[in-house]
Design a protein around this ligand. Structure first.
Ligand code: PMP
Length: 452
């Protein structure tokens, strides 16, 4: 008989034969085939924001399946994507009222890039095609999204990527070398955008994309609000569209519905995925300012020529419309409180010799490992510090989200915790105990003198 694990290993995008096999899940727990319960402190890939037992999803899915699962939205319309679009417009900030549905975060970003280019073409700026991103960012695996991505370990196998898509330094206060107050540093970092736009030539720049709070590349790193205020000003001045990639941060992850709310700045487009369906169906969305979407609907303009076969399919849309109704104020508040409790329980790590920075915003925590706390010098990536902490925590029954180590001179070696917003207080304690134990054990092995 064929060894299915090996087939997965060959074709399954990174799955390895020795991965624990999961049979089922409930609440914040993954249940292995041999009946062990693991606490899902990563919420999958920061997807399962409401846990694995969201009420009512099964009946919504059953009802939709029994009526109609798939429909080509190129030629027909359907209540489910319409309802979802209305709900998303209602929760999105400002004029972000037009929703385009696709199937993954990568596709939502591809869509935003293409829409930005098509918009400039329609509005008489045919040379505005460059997308500016930031280093140590992640925007997706497809070639366009990867070209905007600044995580070098994800890019390296696929170079050369799209030519001439520049990257700025990330919003990474721990490693900023700018002088002054946090606000002055934020303004200095944002000024890099203006410099790059000028260097490229403003008539060539279509859009700037950023994660409002950094995800897996530098978990939970975020700037003083002055950063995004200045980004907004610069984008307006040079007619550059600002795309907020909220694929990971959307739907309560950072304590507010969308992370840009922390900065009180409205982007021109906002990309959503992951928590949009809470993991119950593959669906993502690009939210777009009304007047941008309108460009493609007036009588003389061309329509926006883009779409994916499964985009907005009724089954996924019905599920997502049900799921987003569950992100109530009370659930968002619970997420914030559980994030704060987890940070408080992890307090002993503040003095750990290998912990250089500890960041928390809502239910998103980043722990950055360093070889030298005074200089912030990272560990040799070959030591695989984040991977070792991950392994040890998993042995203790807790699944965490490891971050890439230092690659190509870009610093960083992290662990992210992004549990369901609804994680119980007792599971928070289990996570904190396992992670504290794991970091202490790894510190003992990689920095024994400092640890003693
Ligand atoms: N943007 C961000 C900020 C992400 O975190 C991710 C996924 N980790 C993506 C885009 C890509 O989403 P997907 O894997 O669904 O294509």
């Amino acid at each position: 008989m064929a060894n299915t694990s090996n087939l997965f290993y060959k074709w399954g995008g990174g799955m390895k034969p020795d991965f624990p096999r999961i049979r089922s899940a409930h609440d914040e727990f993954l249940v292995t085939e041999d009946g062990r319960e693991l606490v899902d402190a990563a919420a999958g890939a920061a997807v399962v924001n409401l846990g694995h037992s969201v009420e009512g999803v099964e009946s919504v899915a059953d009802a939709q399946l029994s009526e109609l699962s798939y429909l080509s939205l190129s030629h027909f319309s359907h209540e489910a994507p319409e309802t979802l679009a209305e709900r998303l417009a209602a929760v999105s900030p400002g004029d972000l009222n037009a929703a385009f549905f696709v199937n993954s975060g990568s596709e939502a970003n591809e869509m935003a890039f293409k829409l930005a280019r098509a918009y400039h073409l329609e509005t008489g700026n045919p040379h505005k095609s460059t997308i500016i991103g930031r280093w140590q960012s992640y925007h997706g695996a497809t070639l366009g999204a990867l070209s905007a991505t600044g995580n070098t370990s994800r890019r390296v196998q696929y170079e050369p990527l799209l030519h001439g898509w520049p990257h700025l330094p990330p919003a990474y206060p721990y490693r900023w070398e700018y002088e002054g107050t946090p606000e002055e540093q934020a303004l200095a970092a944002a000024a890099e955008l203006e410099t790059t736009i000028k260097q490229e030539g403003p008539e060539t720049v279509a859009a700037f994309i950023a994660e409002p709070v950094s995800g897996a590349s530098i978990p939970a790193a975020h700037p003083h609000p002055a950063y995004f205020e200045e980004v907004r000003r610069i984008c307006d001045e040079y007619d550059v569209l600002f795309i907020a990639d909220e694929v990971m941060t959307g739907f309560g992850r950072t304590g507010t519905m969308f992370a840009m709310e922390h900065f009180d700045v409205v982007p021109d487009m906002m990309t959503l995925g992951k928590g949009l369906s809470g993991g119950y169906a593959p669906i993502s969305a690009t939210m777009v300012r009304d007047d941008i979407a309108d460009e493609f609907e007036n009588a003389t303009g061309r329509s926006f020529s883009h779409g994916h076969t499964f985009g907005g399919n009724p089954l996924s849309a019905a599920i997502a419309a049900h799921v987003i109704d569950q992100y109530t104020d009370s659930v968002l508040q619970t997420g914030r409180k559980r994030g704060e409790l987890l940070a408080a329980e992890l307090e002993p790590l503040a003095d750990n010799p290998i912990v250089g920075d500890f960041r928390q915003i809502g239910a998103m925590i980043g722990i950055e490992f360093v070889a030298d706390r005074d200089t912030g010098e990272p560990f040799d990536p070959d030591l695989n510090v984040n991977g070792r902490v991950y392994d040890r925590a998993l042995e203790r029954g807790v699944y965490t989200y490891p971050g890439s180590g230092s690659v190509d001179g870009l610093k960083g070696d992290h662990l992210m915790l992004s549990p369901p917003l609804t994680i119980s207080e007792s599971s928070v304690k289990t996570v904190a105990d396992a992670v504290t134990d794991a970091v202490e054990a790894v510190a003992e092995s990689v920095a024994p003198h400092a640890a003693s």
